[in-house]
Design a protein around this ligand. Structure first.
Ligand SMILES: [Mg+2]
Length: 381
């Protein structure tokens, strides 16, 4: 089998959301987001199989030409060769290439008639997820939302801490904890590694004070309590509290994750198959093995509004090869009425939904397990 062409499919017409939303990590000055977008990589082959992978929207026409020079005419099964040349320690890219890596895996699975996780070595067919809320609401609104999810079978929820006064963040966590009791796992994300103008960032001392308070409330993990570069500050937190310290969604390659893990900055790292320049499905699996080797864990980061369905499907193919002691959860973004299953996963023919037990089924079709909703694509091209 040979690769015949690579192209990026992206929407040109705006996909208007039912309601505008404001990402917590951009507060206080972020502009409301009224639309969403999609982009995905397609790898075509001479056997009529087309592989797809989320992302690729930032690849320039010149870069796509270089990729074509390398990949067209080659065997798509040589995924590791692509990883080595483009995404390895001497890989040339500073652009996210996870979509290409994922599309190659999708071809491999489709050609083999199996979902990728069964080719990599399956461990499980269902994976626990946590619902990641994305905005800052009042304590009672968050409590109402959490109780609703709990009643639907969701077992874990992530709250955002990005209010100008960190004690207001604590109030939200306390109110949600009181509302759901011990029925739900609560994680929190301080998003201190995101750039938000005029935000009152936490100092190391604030981060430590918050970590101790949250630890006493039985919070599962505190994510990004300090910038990614403050390895010493992160390590102090991880050494001090029982609660896990997590982070790393902005790390760019496997080596950066290795550094963070060996530095003991995080108990849980968060590889993202689309965000890092040189991670993808192949790199996420490597990060998981490094984390396991030092007694730590991964909880993959999955948040890419318009392509979340593809992103989640591919991430689950990796998570399904790992036991819960290495990968206890996968992220599942949700924030109705703006970010619903329809707006986040509209690109999939069949959305990936949470069952009554807080888990999702690993998509079972060959490749990354899902089919693209062509009607949706055509509507917005
Ligand atoms: Mg995060």
């Amino acid at each position: 089998m040979k690769i015949t062409d690579i192209n990026i499919v992206r929407n040109r017409k705006p996909i208007v959301l039912p309601e505008a939303w404001k990402p917590a990590w951009g507060m206080p000055d972020v502009k409301p987001m009224k639309t969403t977008n999609f982009s995905f990589v397609e790898i075509h082959t001479d056997e009529g199989i087309t592989g797809i992978g989320p992302g690729g929207g930032r690849l320039s026409p010149g870069f796509i030409d270089r990729l074509k020079n390398f990949l067209v005419g080659s065997d798509p099964f040589y995924v590791a060769k692509f990883s080595e040349e483009y995404m390895g320690v001497r890989g040339i890219s500073r652009t996210p290439l996870g979509g290409v890596d994922t599309a190659l895996w999708d071809v491999v699975g489709k050609a083999s008639g199996k979902p990728v996780y069964k080719l990599l070595g399956a461990y499980r067919d269902r994976v626990p997820v946590y619902v990641a809320t994305c905005q800052l609401h009042s304590p009672t609104e968050h409590a109402k939302e959490a109780v609703k999810y709990r009643n639907e079978g969701v077992r874990a929820i992530k709250l955002r801490l990005h209010r100008q006064n960190h004690t207001d963040d604590l109030e939200v966590v306390k109110t949600v904890r009181d509302a759901v009791g011990d029925d739900m796992i609560i994680m929190v994300d301080a998003n201190q590694n995101n750039y938000s103008p005029n935000y009152n960032y936490w100092s190391r001392r604030t981060a430590m004070w918050m970590a101790k308070k949250l630890d006493a409330m039985g919070i599962y993990y505190l994510e990004d309590p300090l910038p990614l570069s403050d390895v010493e500050g992160l390590k102090q937190l991880a050494d001090t509290v029982d609660m896990y310290i997590s982070g790393g969604e902005h790390a760019q390659d496997v080596n950066q994750f290795a550094f963070l893990l060996f530095s003991r900055a995080f108990d849980i790292v968060k590889p993202d198959i689309t965000m890092g320049a040189r991670i993808g499905m192949s790199g996420s699996k490597k990060v998981a093995h490094i984390a396991e080797s030092v007694g730590r864990m991964i909880v993959p980061h999955v948040f890419t509004s318009g392509i979340q369905g593809l992103h989640l499907a591919a991430t689950l193919q990796v998570a399904a090869t790992l036991p819960a002691r290495v990968c206890p959860y996968v992220e599942y973004g949700l924030e109705p009425p703006a970010l619903t299953i329809e707006t986040l996963q509209g690109l999939l023919k069949e959305p990936i939904v949470i069952d009554g037990d807080g888990c999702v089924q690993v998509p079972q079709l060959p490749g990354i397990g899902v089919e693209v909703n062509e009607e949706m694509v055509q509507k917005y091209l």
